[in-house]
Design a protein around this ligand. Structure first.
Ligand code: CP
Ligand code: NVA
Length: 329
């Protein structure tokens, strides 16, 4: 039987497919329990620290609600001494004395790795420049709920910036689950050769496959079309370049039609740029003359789109991660 007691979640590279299935099944159980209105005790008397260097809606709220649902208390920390007056190492050693688990969202993967190394308690990556592992668990739970095939039969197409935290993490997760993963992007935005080589070695064991393509034809037969913002947090100077590189890969009706799969689902980790309802959207419209980027409003709001089920599943899967690693199981 699988036990994840005491483990960190820094990247899905560290998890086997069996361990990922275990987390997805636990998340399904916890979701059913919540739906039945049962208050949990699996995190009773646990204290959890949530460190955020970057903004968040879903990740922060998912950790907080998941913790409260199972009886834990949380501290939301955005203005600590860490990295300014105090090293990550010293901060980790202090927080490890107070808390049973620590979530970190921020700029550098090295920071979350150092927190894990020095805190002595499980550390969960809530997004860095390199990876966003809790998002992938939510995504795969959503696929299980919406695609009528086992995960290892799924053709998964990621269109957009395939070198960012989402591109990296989705490729890792997909390969671990034995999926056919397609990175659809201009060559300059394909995942790094080193990561592809590392994941091809894993694929040889799991039966997964990795395809890198610049051609929209690669979406044929896709079960899932996934995209993410073209410009990640901290890269706001790249709008002009990315719009030029990625406009041909916008997820629109023509791309969904090219899958030739009437049941194809559209996914996005959110937040998504598909209208002008935001200050950033209005800036981009003013400076670059476009009102939609990675996905059209038409596709975002279509019957193919499962983005809000996906967002909800952040909470159930993050709960599973905390319960599995620090819970009273
Ligand atoms: N998908 C995601 O991580 O959302 P937030 O940035 O709102 O946490
Ligand atoms: N790639 C995006 C993901 C947001 C959830 C970013 O890092 O901003």
């Amino acid at each position: 039987p699988v036990s994840l007691k005491g483990r960190h979640l820094l990247t899905l590279k560290d998890y086997t497919s069996e361990e990922m299935h275990y987390l997805l099944n636990l998340a399904m159980d916890l979701k059913a329990k919540k739906r039945a209105g049962i208050q949990g005790t699996l995190l009773e008397r646990k204290n959890i620290c949530l460190i955020f260097e970057k903004t968040s809606t879903r990740t922060r709220c998912a950790f907080e609600v998941a913790a409260f649902d199972e009886g834990a208390s949380v501290t939301f920390l955005t203005n600590s001494q860490m990295g300014k007056k105090e090293s990550v190492e010293d901060t980790a050693k202090v927080l490890g004395r107070f808390y049973d688990g620590i979530e970190f969202r921020g700029f550098k993967q090295e920071t979350v790795d150092a927190l894990a190394k020095y805190s002595g308690v499980p550390v969960w990556n809530g997004l860095t420049d390199m990876y966003h592992p809790t998002q992938i668990l939510a995504d795969f739970l959503t696929i299980k709920e919406h695609v009528a095939k086992p995960l290892n039969k799924v053709k998964f197409v990621y269109a957009g910036d395939a070198r960012n935290n989402m591109g990296n993490s989705l490729m890792i997760g997909a390969v671990k689950m034995g999926m056919h993963f397609v990175a659809l992007a201009p060559k300059a935005l394909w995942p790094s050769e080193a990561l592809v080589a590392e994941m091809n070695a894993v694929a040889a064991e799991t039966g997964g496959t990795i395809e890198l393509s610049e051609s929209i034809d690669a979406v044929k037969g896709a079960d899932v079309i996934y995209t993410d913002v073209w410009v990640s947090m901290g890269e706001e100077h790249l709008f002009a370049e990315r719009i030029k590189q990625l406009m041909p890969y916008q997820v629109n009706k023509a791309m969904l039609d090219a899958t030739a799969n009437p049941d194809v689902i559209f996914m996005h980790c959110l937040p998504a740029f598909h209208d002008l309802e935001t200050t950033v959207g209005q800036e981009v419209a003013k400076n670059h003359g476009i009102t939609e980027m990675e996905v059209t409003d038409e596709v975002f709001r279509s019957k193919h789109s499962v983005v809000f089920d996906e967002a909800e599943n952040r909470m159930h899967t993050i709960k599973a991660v905390m319960v599995a690693t620090i819970g009273n199981l």
